[in-house]
Design a protein around this ligand. Structure first.
Ligand code: A3P
Length: 299
């Protein structure tokens, strides 16, 4: 699949997708997960890279520190459904192949799939899954800037149009509302799922790493935890070429926006008009019917 031009959205099994993320659907569906694989699942821009780095440090930070300085995060943690090949833009990335080629254990694998798209072997093997959710307002803003700088994504257009599209789920990987709710409901019958929130990570990274390591069954000393907390601070990751996506090829236009942009809770206030905020809140209440799933838009 070429990424020479911006992709177009289309309906794929009831979810808005683009071809770079459906082209390898069959081989992705046949992917053979192993019991110790760990799947990192998110709606785009919810903190995937952050949590990927944390997991990578938890598993390999002590035993193979060199990998942190020599392998970009997108290769350490393959993006399962991504298939983009464009030699002109310096990119050839077939996520399912990269995942199959991993030689480290556990294999850390990333996906933005809604829960119903996850290959069945992950469930059959009872793999541990880490889901990260971010409040919709900041998620929307972050996705908007990402779609501006990612020249393979559908064109974002004006902010006001983007806002409308987000509300009706016309985004790659579909509706944020369906995504976060679908994964939340899955928790009821799948205990190996750890559901985390971006806002909690911002508020207290150390505590979230502690909860995450308990879920993973890892015993991590407070010293190592603090060391990891320091290594994954926003400024550190932004400066680090192995985590800031500067190695990803020309498909990302850093002149438009950095990948590591602000890393804040509440940036939506700089984008939403008063009217948009009112409309958003009203719509949100209608769509988010489960009172057990709560988001914070400010901390
Ligand atoms: P912003 O665009 O709001 O800055 P993903 O990895 O899922 O694509 O998510 C990217 C978002 O997570 C970006 O949000 C990015 O800045 C933020 N992010 C990544 N690492 C972070 C960190 N260490 N601390 C805070 N935010 C981080």
């Amino acid at each position: 699949m070429s990424s020479g031009t911006r992709a177009e959205l289309y309906d794929f099994h009831g979810v808005q997708m683009t071809r770079p993320f459906t082209a390898t659907w069959e081989s992705v569906q046949k992917f053979q997960a192993r019991p110790d694989d760990i799947l990192i699942a998110t709606y785009p821009k919810a903190g995937t890279t952050w949590v990927s780095c944390i997991l990578d440090l938890l598993y390999f930070g002590q035993t193979d520190p060199e990998r942190q300085t020599s392998i970009p995060i997108h290769d350490r943690v393959p993006f399962l459904e991504m298939a983009v090949s464009n030699p002109e833009k310096g990119i050839n990335y077939i996520g399912v192949d990269l995942a199959n080629e991993l030689t480290t254990t556990p294999r850390l694998i990333k996906t933005h799939y809604p829960v119903q798209f996850v290959p069945k072997s992950f469930w059959e093997q009872n793999c541990k899954i880490v889901y990260v959710a971010r409040n919709a307002k900041d998620n929307m803003v972050s996705y908007y800037h990402f779609d501006r700088m990612n020249t393979a994504q559908p064109a974002p257009g004006e902010w006001s149009d983007y806002f409308q599209r987000f509300l009706v789920g016309k985004m790659t990987w579909g509706s944020w509302y369906d995504h976060v709710n679908g994964w939340w409901q899955k928790k009821r019958n799948y205990s190996n799922l750890h559901y985390m929130f971006f806002e909690d990570l911002v508020e207290n990274t150390d505590l979230e790493i502690d909860k995450l390591s308990r879920f993973l069954g890892l015993s991590v000393t407070p010293e190592i935890r603090q060391q990891i907390t320091g290594q994954v601070q926003f400024d550190k990751m932004k400066k680090n070429d192995m985590t800031n996506y500067s190695t990803f090829g020309d498909v990302l236009d850093f002149k438009v926006s950095p990948f590591m942009r602000k890393g804040k809770v509440g940036d939506w206030k700089n984008h939403f008009t008063v009217a948009q905020n009112e409309k958003f809140d009203e719509d949100f209440q209608q769509k988010m019917m489960d009172p057990t799933l709560q988001f914070r838009t400010l901390i």
